[in-house]
Unconditional design. Structure first.
Length: 97
């Protein structure tokens, strides 16, 4: 589920980059870097959330990290990150033309 959250935010950020800059988004999965490319002014809490969610993309690509991330991704953590993801995606949707 957290991989899907990361992907939802990544795709919305990449769409915002294209919308705002008319250029292809950078080939990265780093959500903070994508927010910067989209020229977003993030608060500390938003940036922390994006950095935290980014690692769930990496974990799906590097099997040695899956074990560590799965221990960290409790039901409580997943529920919290899902709620934050919904909030961020809704906010990003309001920024697109």
């Amino acid at each position: 589920m957290l991989f899907c959250c990361q992907q939802a935010v990544e795709k919305r950020l990449k769409g915002l980059i294209v919308d705002r800059t008319d250029v292809f988004p950078p080939r990265t999965h780093d959500l903070s870097r994508l927010a910067e490319a989209a020229k977003l002014q993030l608060g500390e809490e938003q940036d922390l959330f994006l950095r935290r969610l980014t690692k769930y993309y990496i974990g799906t690509r590097y099997p040695e990290e899956v074990s560590l991330l799965s221990r960290e991704a409790t039901q409580e953590v997943a529920t919290q990150l899902l709620k934050q993801t919904k909030d961020v995606v809704t906010w990003l949707e309001t920024l697109q033309n």
